[in-house]
Design a protein around this ligand. Structure first.
Ligand code: 2AM
Ligand code: CA
Length: 262
């Protein structure tokens, strides 16, 4: 069992409490699938409810920390060096369509570096978490990135810009470069889980652009603590600031990033 800090326990408990609320709402959404009524508004409310729960739990335990979240205004804490970066529901489109692949993502940033991260997938009861210097874990199992060494045996993941978001043709060109060299590509709709899956060796690499800090903050520390490598798709940039990210196992980082980044 991992020797985890009080802070990571607070984060995991907050995620588990929000998960109960989201699971209840997800059952409702599944029931709405066959109806002609759009579940969109309902899902926005589910999202807000989950964020309120997480915020309450984190503020109760650490009242001086700041806050950045998908659903509310940024708060600068009395301790300006620490802030939570939270996505209460990552994979909203999956949730909305009744697809059981979404997660809660909670990260703690200290002095501009992510020091702890939790990604919880309530449907599969998989809790991925890491603290800087303390390894990464899936429930009580230590995580390592994939040990595969041949690209032709590897599975990759990406996000394809939708609904007129910029970068579609670039992504399609990148897919054309990757596909002939690997054993498959997935587009699963949750950036947080994509990163968690790189950390756990399910995916060998992942890339996506147009993301927000809360989609990737927790995943960044989880991948790094699993022995993986992270960079931005733009040279020398911080993925948290420009929202474009590449994550890979240490075995394929060079080959994969040289295909994608050129
Ligand atoms: P979300 O489910 O919290 O919206 C899928 O490609 C990833 O992109 C998900 O992590 C998703 O997060 C994120 N995403 C979806 N719509 C987005 C948008 N309009 N802008 C930025 N990120 C988005
Ligand atoms: Ca998100």
């Amino acid at each position: 069992m991992p020797n985890q800090s009080a802070t990571i326990n607070v984060m995991i408990q907050a995620a588990r409490k929000a998960a109960k609320s989201l699971l209840k709402d997800f059952t409702e959404v599944e029931n709405l699938q066959a109806s002609t009524k759009s579940p969109g508004d309902f899902v926005s409310k589910a999202d807000l409810r989950a964020e309120r729960i997480i915020k309450y739990e984190l503020e109760k335990a650490r009242p001086y920390y700041g806050w950045v979240g998908e659903e509310s205004e940024e708060i600068v804490g009395k301790d300006p060096t620490r802030r939570w970066i939270v996505d209460p529901l990552d994979g909203t489109s999956n949730f909305l369509h009744g697809i059981p692949h979404w997660a809660i993502s909670i990260a703690l940033e200290h002095k501009n570096e992510i020091t702890s991260g939790v990604i919880y997938d309530p449907i599969k009861d998989e809790c991925f978490y890491a603290e800087k210097g303390n390894g990464a874990w899936l429930n009580d199992k230590r995580l390592r990135v994939s040990g595969r060494t041949k690209m032709i045996e590897m599975l990759f993941s990406t996000g394809i810009p939708f609904a007129n978001k910029p970068g579609l043709s670039t992504t399609l060109t990148e897919i054309e470069k990757i596909m002939p060299k690997c054993s498959g590509l997935r587009r699963d709709g949750s950036a947080a889980l994509d990163l968690a899956y790189v950390a756990s060796g399910r995916f060998d690499g992942y890339w996506e652009r147009g993301l927000n800090s809360w989609d990737i903050a927790a995943g960044i520390v989880i991948v790094k603590e699993s022995g993986g490598i992270i960079c931005s798709l733009e040279k020398d940039m911080n993925p948290l600031l420009n929202g474009s990210i590449l994550a890979a196992s240490d075995k394929i980082y060079e080959e994969f990033s040289s295909l994608i980044l050129t």
